[in-house]
Design a protein around this ligand. Sequence first.
Ligand code: PMV
Length: 304
Amino acid sequence: MITSSAPGKVFLFGEHAVVYGEPAVAAAIDLRVEIGAEEIEGSSVYVEARDLDWSGEIGPGSGVPEELEYVKEATRAVEAEGVRLEIESEIPVGSGLGSSAAVTVATLKALSDLLGRGLTRRDAASMGHQVERAVQGSASPTDTYVSAFGGVNLVEPGSGRFEKLEVEDPPLVVGDTGASGSTWEQVSGVRRLRDRYGAARRVIETIGDLSRVGVEALEGGDLECVGELMDINHGLLEALGVSTPGLSRLVHAAREGGALGAKITGAGGGGCFVALGSWGDLETPIRGAGGSPLGVTVDGEGVR
Ligand code: PMV
């Protein structure tokens, strides 16, 4: 059996705005999806997903849990047949940590290695993006790019700029509300505001500006500035209606506990936030406010 794995991610800046071509900054984190793959007799694709407590055949027309739609679509994209896949994930689903991109990128890499398809990292990122779009209807290229390449990245779909930044790893703590949000619902809500109000369009452009200034602050090692910009970004995400009382409560608890900055990561509507600060400072306040803290570090490697 060959194995492959790919990391999840957090957005330091720019989620939602990146859907409209604005820049975002996202960091791969050391929570991974691991895929084992081996060839089997016949033409079926058989999947064992331990965390979902699900096993069975995936093929055209077969019903699978939502998370496995990505595996099914990735399998179709590389025209894989006669394969058995084992999936294990450390990334909570629907929580803004990029679990669907990680499972997609890891599946593409595992199948490429097993079947000799020769996919490069870049191929895995762009095919992964197509898979996400096929399953979700729309998706920015951020999650699959970051999962494929690792590190802290600037992703600007509007200009086609994708860049792994040369920066020191920022100290990060993730907090999970335990409620999962639907990316599609949150993206639709923002689209409605953007279609209706010029002010919402300007909020989205301002989030893009925060990403640009955020890159300079990260490159200059100015973590206080990075934190302040994250706080502003959170406020603008609240203005776009994607926070929840539970998420905002945790974000404020992390700041009071000493985080240099804290904001939603991902689509919102539940899910996780990311704080700039140390585990020692933030574990207790996040727990005290009813969240589940996760100590994470930046993953520099990407898919392997
Ligand atoms: O919650 P996630 O990890 O699916 O991230 C969604 C990020 C959005 O910017 C809202 C959508 C996208 O495709 O980039």
